[in-house]
Write a protein of this length. Structure first.
Length: 85
């Protein structure tokens, strides 16, 4: 039994469009397409929009977490070119 609709099914059409865009973005990402190109394909002027909405990139990756942990374990600051004094 189909779910309720409103506005002549506009909500269902919007949901389907979002799902299709997310599926497309995920497929392109899985194939290694650069995020800028995914954003362009979705007609987003801002890459973070594509990342946040369609690629779920709001989470920290293990690679980044491991790098920070290694940095803290070694207690060495990254080279910034600034002389502390």
């Amino acid at each position: 039994m189909p779910g309720p609709t409103c506005c002549g099914g506009a909500h269902a059409r919007m949901s389907a469009a979002h799902t299709m865009r997310k599926t497309t973005a995920t497929a392109l990402d899985d194939k290694g397409v650069h995020t800028r190109l995914v954003a362009d394909h979705l007609d987003h002027s801002r890459v973070p929009m594509a990342q946040d909405v369609y690629l779920a990139r709001k989470t920290v990756t293990w690679e980044a977490a491991d790098a920070l942990e290694d940095l803290l374990d070694n207690q060495s600051a990254p080279k910034t070119g600034i002389n502390p004094g």
